[in-house]
Design a protein around this ligand. Structure first.
Ligand SMILES: *Cc1c(COP(=O)(O)O)cnc(C)c1O
Length: 405
């Protein structure tokens, strides 16, 4: 399929769009597998994978086929009626993650909001917390989305500035410090909301044993462990769930991003029975949540992960990527960290900004994006080849040499 060249696309976005993003100056027109192409036909390796939403590879043929097939049969019907697609999708998601029940939404932020509502109502109706007294503990450096409630407990000033007032009932503890969680829990604590690895926070990997210790503390205090695996889940860190690395089974789990196969926004809150049971008809919902198109693509996205052993691939290629990046000996690199195909390279701020590095990488045909802590995040599709990783790492090495000169 060809499309008219859109050389004024950037200008139109700048004129008619809100300026809530600062994109790299590249207008993409096509994507396939691990590659994307700009208006001039220049090819790039996609090392960002849409912030982990593209794990299967761009326009995966089985996912595109599932999308087209379903789009020709039935679109959105709302949850006022049942569809033939939702049940099998929820069943597969529950079987793969070991959770009892799932509630489908669209964006990650909505899955997190769902978890927060479930935790609060569970505190009042099951745990016996007094009305409006429930607390939820979060981590400093967290990223859980962009709604008012969620940004209200962000520790990133810009995410909050100008958007208050915020809902109360949240308190933050340092990430990676299980003793701090223990000390912060009171009889009113409903849940502990945590990312097993902080993605937007700069690919921050907590100390070994942290999540397992948190799970134990939560269990001992009748507090729900809610893992936000919207970015780390579905194989991104080399296991189906990042919590699997520590043998932890959360009480509540949020999935999103790659759950829609890179094609449609699909997210979900999964939980054990007594947590999901707090929802009764009318309590919560979403017009598009679990709609047939999302369910059909989400089902196929999970199937492809299994059929193509993509989680194992993420583990293997992730180790390769981490090894290659760790081998880059340059004084500007302060740290290389990550798990599976979620890797961050932190730069010495005194020397380079991660954003400058991303601009230079773009010129060399490699796309990625900086995140907090002056870190460049690499989160390519799992179908990436070793040779493509070599290419991307060589480009980074070339950029560092050029900048040093
Ligand atoms: C991206 C992300 C979200 C928010 O997802 P959206 O689809 O952008 O709303 C929430 N939590 C984590 C850990 C994320 O990485």
């Amino acid at each position: 399929m060809t499309r008219k060249m859109t050389s004024n696309a950037a200008a139109l976005e700048a004129t008619y769009g809100a300026h809530n993003y600062a994109p790299l100056p590249v207008v993409l027109v096509r994507a396939d597998g691990t590659h994307v192409w700009d208006e001039q036909g220049k090819q790039y390796i996609d090392m960002l994978g849409a912030y982990s939403a593209v794990s299967h590879g761009h326009c995966h043929p089985r996912l595109v086929a599932a999308l087209i097939d379903q789009a020709g049969r039935m679109d959105v019907i709302s949850r006022a009626f049942l569809s033939d697609r939702l049940g099998e999708f929820l069943e597969l998601a529950c079987r793969m993650t070991g959770m009892a029940r799932a509630l489908p939404m669209n964006t990650g932020a909505e899955a997190v909001e769902t978890a927060l509502k479930a935790a609060r109502k569970w505190a009042y109706t099951v745990k016996g917390v007094a009305d409006d007294a429930a607390e939820i503990i979060v981590c400093e450096g967290n990223f859980h989305g962009r709604t008012i409630a969620i940004t209200g407990f962000s520790s990133t000033d810009q995410y909050r500035a100008g958007f208050g007032p915020f809902p109360s009932g949240f308190k933050a503890v340092p990430f990676g410090d299980a003793a701090a969680l223990d000390a912060a829990i009171t009889s009113n604590t409903a849940a502990f909301l945590v990312e097993p690895i902080q993605g937007e926070g700069g690919v921050v990997v907590p100390p070994d044993g942290y999540l397992a210790k948190c799970a134990e503390i939560c269990r001992d205090n009748n507090v729900l462990l809610m893992c936000d695996e919207i970015q780390t889940g579905l194989g991104r860190t080399g296991r189906l769930l990042a919590s699997d690395h520590e043998g932890v089974k959360p009480d509540g789990l949020m999935l999103g991003k790659a759950l829609g196969g890179g094609l449609v926004p699909v997210s979900m809150f999964l939980a054990r029975d007594d947590v999901m049971d707090v929802f009764t008809p009318g309590d919560h919902g979403s017009t598009f949540g679990g709609y047939p198109l999302g369910a059909a693509v989400g089902y196929e996205a999970l199937k492809v992960l299994e059929d193509d052993a993509l989680v194992e691939r993420s583990d293997r290629l992730g180790k390769y990527l981490l090894g290659k990046l760790s081998g880059l000996n340059h004084s500007a690199i302060r740290d290389v960290r990550g798990r599976g195909l979620l890797v961050g390279v932190e730069f010495d701020t005194a020397q380079y900004s991660a954003s400058d590095i991303c601009h230079e990488l773009m010129h060399k045909g490699v796309l990625c994006k900086d995140t907090l802590r002056n870190t460049v995040r690499f989160a390519p599709p799992f179908i990436i080849e070793e040779s493509e990783i070599d290419q991307a790492v060589a480009a980074l090495s070339g950029v560092l040499t050029k900048l040093a000169a």
